[in-house]
Design a binder for this molecule. Structure first.
Ligand SMILES: CCCCCCCCCCCC(=O)SCCNC(=O)CCNC(=O)[C@H](O)C(C)(C)COP(=O)(O)OP(=O)(O)OC[C@H]1O[C@@H](n2cnc3c(N)ncnc32)[C@H](O)[C@@H]1OP(=O)(O)O
Length: 66
């Protein structure tokens, strides 16, 4: 489940362009998983977007309000 999501939009992505998306598992601490992601031009020279997120493991009962 997404607990936190930060997105920095650094540079617009031209319509129809191809981009490179790199995602990394930064660390896992119990139920918490920290992920980062970067979107760049295919040669890596232009940074379009950088993101960090925290996901928490949950049980099915959490989704049912339990
Ligand atoms: C890059 C790729 C992008 C890719 C992105 C792709 C995903 C896009 C998805 C977008 C659409 C959505 O996000 S839809 C989903 C939106 N999310 C939701 O609706 C979630 C609503 N919130 C919840 O249900 C709840 O707050 C939970 C499940 C997130 C956490 O509740 P809980 O299970 O009771 O856990 P809780 O005891 O509060 O916290 C457990 C531990 O996590 C920590 N913790 C909890 N929330 C946070 C928080 N926001 N920020 C920091 N830390 C937190 C606590 O301090 C604690 O740390 P410690 O004391 O143990 O150290």
């Amino acid at each position: 489940m997404t607990a936190n999501l930060n997105i920095n939009y650094r540079r617009p992505i031209p319509l129809g362009s191809t981009v490179l998306l790199e995602s990394s598992l930064e660390k896992k601490e119990g139920r918490k998983t920290f992920i980062t992601c970067r979107v760049t031009s295919t040669d890596g020279s232009k940074l379009h977007t950088e993101t960090s997120a925290l996901f928490l493991s949950i049980t099915a009962s959490h989704l049912l309000g339990g």
